[in-house]
Design a protein around this ligand. Structure first.
Ligand code: EPU
Length: 424
């Protein structure tokens, strides 16, 4: 059924999950607006509270965090293990306390996701970092990091932001070269600067950070989520609908807009919204995912799904991760015809999708499955939706407001406790 109507985009997940840990650097009250209500931010706020932060919700998307009395103590490791962004606690705990103990980060499984560039950065700033038994131990002699010049061997969003967070309270100047340039990197820099930091050049590949003694409280509003916006744009295109995607920064969506237009989708840009009208016939396109401003890997599964409906053969090349095509097996269950060879997927379009029982293999794949379900004949059941809840605020509610017919079905907890094997 075509989606029709308006959808309001929430704050950017990948900005919020860095800004919340970065609040640990601030002695004073940080008021943060436009926090997305998703499980990743909830978990990070719980971790901060366990470290002694006062966290107060002013309304559903505005919080005040006061880390003045935060202490360096054991954090809930079971939560840290579940999320990727817990790696930002390495930077913020090192910067604030001079030492950190965290778990190795969790998050979606796209193959090996090392943190060697994070460790390289922390080490250059004077920390000793050891990874042992699934934990990361880091500390700096004398308690304060010192500025350094760091060239990232790989363009990494996480490493760029983590080093920025760690360097803000370091002595002297840090220069990050070959830095990532995503909008959320600029957002983190703006947040830190509004709390008294001196970060320059975010959004380019060279970021300079002049260390300061302290950060003070302040107010900050997180940017809109470009991937959430892109997901609704694809949903409108795939269902042949007409959706006004509101509260966005169209500039951040340029590569998504350009690709959708190539498919024949009409995208009209306004100051802080875009109107997306699906084409009667979707055209094939080729896509290669790249670091910003290239086409985002986090939009790859949604576009892959759309291209199943296009006329002709499309090729997607995944330029960031080794293994981000697991969702293809799920789409095949719905009638899609896709061949995968390593980082390349060849999609034979023009297929009619039919409802099936499918899994959300990860966050964006889960969103793609729901959109596929909207386009398919019959009922689609998507399992493992906790992945979707990690990154999309009220996904089901927002889609239903656009005319979809989706519901979340609660299954009672398994009665038997989960079993483990313990080997001594
Ligand atoms: N990499 C390394 N070493 C490192 C860090 C990264 O080899 O130390 C590699 C990765 O394995 C990957 C590439 O560099 O091949 C890029 O990884 P990056 O560090 O940029 O990714 P990330 O920080 O782990 C964030 C987002 C992801 C998003 C990527 C790329 C968060 C919490 N996660 O991950 O978001 O895909 O940047 O834009 O910010 C999502 O939202 O669905 C999501 C997966």
């Amino acid at each position: 059924m075509p989606l029709v109507g308006e959808v309001e985009i929430s704050g950017a997940k990948n900005a919020a999950v860095a800004i919340i840990p970065a609040a640990l650097l601030v002695e004073g009250v940080c008021r943060i607006e436009n926090i997305p209500q998703i499980s990743d931010t909830e978990m990070l706020l719980t971790i901060l509270a366990e470290l002694g932060a006062k966290v107060r919700f002013i309304n559903k998307s505005t919080i005040e965090i006061d880390c003045t009395n935060a202490r360096n103590q054991d954090a809930p490791y079971d939560l840290m293990r579940k999320i990727r962004a817990s790696y930002y606690l390495i930077g913020s705990m090192l910067g604030r306390f001079g030492s950190a103990k965290t778990t190795m980060p969790g998050g979606c499984n796209f193959g090996v996701r090392p943190i060697d560039q994070h460790i390289k950065g922390m080490t250059a700033l004077g920390a000793t970092v050891n990874v042992k038994g699934g934990f990361v131990y880091a500390d700096v002699a004398g308690g304060r990091l010192h500025g350094s010049r760091i060239y990232l061997d790989k363009v990494s969003v996480g490493a760029t932001m983590n080093i920025m967070i760690a360097a803000v309270l370091a002595s002297g100047r840090t220069i990050i070269e070959n830095a990532a340039r995503e909008p959320h990197i600029v957002d983190l820099a703006n947040f830190l600067n509004s709390m008294g930091a001196d970060v320059r050049g975010a959004g380019t590949d060279t970021i300079k950070i002049n260390g300061v003694e302290k950060l003070h409280g302040g107010s900050y509003t997180i940017i809109p989520d470009q991937i959430e916006a892109g997901t609704y744009m694809v949903a409108a295109a795939a269902t042949g609908g007409e959706v006004l995607v509101k509260n966005i920064i169209p500039k951040h969506l340029e590569c998504i807009t350009a690709k959708l237009r190539e498919t024949g989708t009409i995208v009209q840009e306004y100051e802080d919204s875009v109107l997306v009208k699906g084409a009667s016939e979707i055209r094939r396109v080729n896509i290669k995912t790249l670091p910003y401003p290239g086409f985002p890997t986090d939009m790859q599964p949604q576009m892959g799904m759309l291209l199943c409906l296009a006329q002709g053969t499309s090729i997607i090349t995944e330029g960031i991760y080794d293994n981000r095509f697991k969702y293809v097996n799920e789409l095949r269950k719905m009638g899609a015809e896709i061949q995968v060879d390593g980082r390349i997927a060849i999609i034979e379009g023009g297929r009619r999708l039919s409802g099936a029982l499918v899994q959300a293999c990860d966050l964006r794949a889960g969103a793609a499955m729901v959109i596929a379900g909207l386009c398919a004949t019959g009922e689609t059941v998507v399992e493992d939706i906790h992945y979707i809840e990690r990154g999309y605020e009220d996904f089901v509610g927002k889609l239903n407001k656009l005319g979809a017919d989706i519901r979340i079905v609660d299954f009672p907890e398994e009665p038997a406790p989960e079993k483990i094997i313990s080997v001594v």
